[in-house]
Design a protein. Sequence first.
Length: 103
Amino acid sequence: MTRLNWFKAAFAAFILTIAPLSSLAAEAVENTSEQVIQLDINVADAVTIAAALNGVGLVKAREIIAYREMFGKFRSIDELIDVQGIGSGTIEKNRHLILIVID
């Protein structure tokens, strides 16, 4: 094996070893750049709530607004269980997205 062929083989082995690592590094950077924005359900409108929360469409978002208008501002995230159509699963999926601000 000539020196040039040995160098080509070594370089190819190096690239094959490093290539999977570089793709993992790119994925790690991509995953950590994701931003989580919290939504204050005491001031947000139905369209914003529906867009921000997982498993909450416009109908459920309108129910959240109706509950808020009828009973006043939410005092805790767990109070959402009293809103028609919102279950504990929906609350848990969205707990990290919901912000409660009480004036």
